[in-house]
Design a protein around this ligand. Structure first.
Ligand code: PHE
Length: 442
């Protein structure tokens, strides 16, 4: 078999990394944070953080994976100038965190499947109150959620077990163009709606008075989540890059795709909201309750739009879910020298147990404890930023500068030194500030 069989093609790598980045965050989280944080003001800050911090941190993960050519733990251990054992453990923690994100992300995907079915069968509610009740029912329906998320979990582990070329790259080569096609189509449809101009003004009107510390902090947090940083995903994908790859160019495409899909989702969702009514900052419910109600009141067209929209959401989530499994799977496969299928089986079982525990907590079995919110809080506010801090500190302080230079291969030109300063000093300090603020310490 030719060596390339477990290596990405250039396009495959870009689509897979963009596939990881483009997910529920772009459609569910981004629009409501924009709505919540004063629209255009938030958006301007978000763009700046994505370009300066997000892209810089992404390059650190790529450098480590590309040079380490292994799972996160082994790559850290191999490349560290000192404290190798500590870094190895950090690699394991980072890999485990993407697996934990998967354990609740898969539940959201199960709900989305429920919404696809309701769009087909015409059972979406016509008024917001009934829509809210349906959403609560879906969240607390333990049996249905276990069944649907079990199906998705099995499918995702199977895809990742098949390896890069036949699994991860293939699913992204199929789903990413489909996602782009659907989103473009829905944007064109949104353009014909009366609410489009309002949606545009809502997103791009810049109100500087709305820029508070909170806005800046949530922009940084969001840029980490949306680019899938801090959980060894980009690192693990980069370990399967062919030699001579242009890391910097790939980041350009990934950031462009991720940001475009976020903007398009926002424009599309708010066009519907401003045309047919609803609250632009209604949180999670913006997609499940507000949009669900809008679709159900549009007759046959609404059925079609609902099926298309929720399917695109499912596809976007699937390509992210696939990426969350790779860090642990690759590490276990290499470290314990077992096949990818065995590694998949060994990981699928504990992951499923965590998911089932979360589903029961949502069903009210553990009193008030909502494990999904708890885990998301710990991951988004602690583990992901810590992971991002880890990769920047590692590249800035624990790797030979010559190795870093080799990986970046002159592609940054005169900007290399600027990036290096960001990685060594600016990004770590900023991440610590963001973390302390998110945790309420600052
Ligand atoms: N980037 C994905 C999204 O926007 C979520 C994600 C976060 C994936 C962290 C992996 C790691 O939905």
């Amino acid at each position: 078999m030719k060596e390339g069989s477990n290596t990405f093609s250039n396009l495959g790598f870009i689509l897979a990394t963009a596939g990881s980045a483009v997910g529920l965050g772009n459609v569910i989280r981004f629009p409501y944070i924009v709505g919540d944080s004063g629209g255009g003001a938030f958006f301007a800050i978000y763009l700046m953080t994505i370009l300066f911090i997000g892209a810089s941190v992404m390059l650190t993960e790529m450098v480590i994976g590309y040079k380490g050519v292994a799972g996160a733990a082994t790559s850290f251990e191999k490349l560290a100038i000192k404290s190798n054992a500590v870094w190895k453990n950090i690699g394991w923690v980072m890999s485990a965190s993407s697996n934990i994100i998967f354990s609740y992300y898969v539940i959201l995907l199960a709900w989305i499947m429920g919404y696809i079915w309701m769009s087909i069968s015409g059972s979406l509610a016509h008024d917001p109150e009934a829509a809210k009740a349906i959403f609560t029912d879906i969240q607390t329906n333990v049996g249905q959620t276990i069944l649907l998320s079990g199906l998705i979990l099995a499918a995702v582990f199977l895809i990742v077990a098949r390896g890069i070329t036949n699994g991860i790259e293939k699913i992204n080569l199929i789903l990413m163009p489909l996602i782009l096609f659907i989103f473009t189509g829905m944007l064109l449809y949104a353009l014909t709606l009366d609410g489009f101009s309002k949606a545009f003004v809502f997103m791009f009107h810049i109100d500087f008075s709305a820029i508070t510390t909170h806005v800046v902090i949530s922009a940084v947090g969001m840029s980490f989540f949306t680019l899938s940083l801090g959980s060894a995903i980009v690192l693990s994908y980069s370990a399967s890059l062919p030699k001579g790859s242009n890391l910097v160019k790939s980041i350009g495409y990934v950031v462009l795709l991720d940001t475009s899909i976020a903007i398009v989702s926002g424009l599309m969702i708010f066009s519907f909201v401003f045309t047919y009514g609803g609250d632009p900052s209604a949180g999670f419910g913006l997609v499940f309750i507000t949009l669900g109600t809008v679709f159900s009141n549009l007759g046959v067209m609404g059925h079609v739009l609902g099926v298309i929209f929720f399917s695109a959401l499912l596809f976007a989530g699937l390509t992210s879910a696939v990426s969350m499994i790779e860090p642990m799977l690759k590490s276990v496969h290499i470290r314990f020298n077992i096949t990818r299928y065995k590694a998949a089986l060994a990981l699928a079982i504990p992951t499923a147990i965590v998911s089932i525990a979360i589903i029961f907590s949502l069903g009210g079995y553990f009193g008030d404890l909502n494990l999904m919110d708890k885990l998301d809080y710990i991951l988004s506010n602690i583990l992901l930023p810590l992971g991002g801090l880890g990769t920047t500190v590692f590249v800035g302080w624990f790797m030979h500068k010559s190795t870093v230079l080799e990986a970046v291969d002159n592609k940054l030109g005169i900007f290399f030194e600027l990036w290096y300063v960001i990685v060594k000093y600016i990004a770590p300090v900023l991440i610590v500030i963001v973390m302390l603020t998110l945790l309420g310490i600052l």
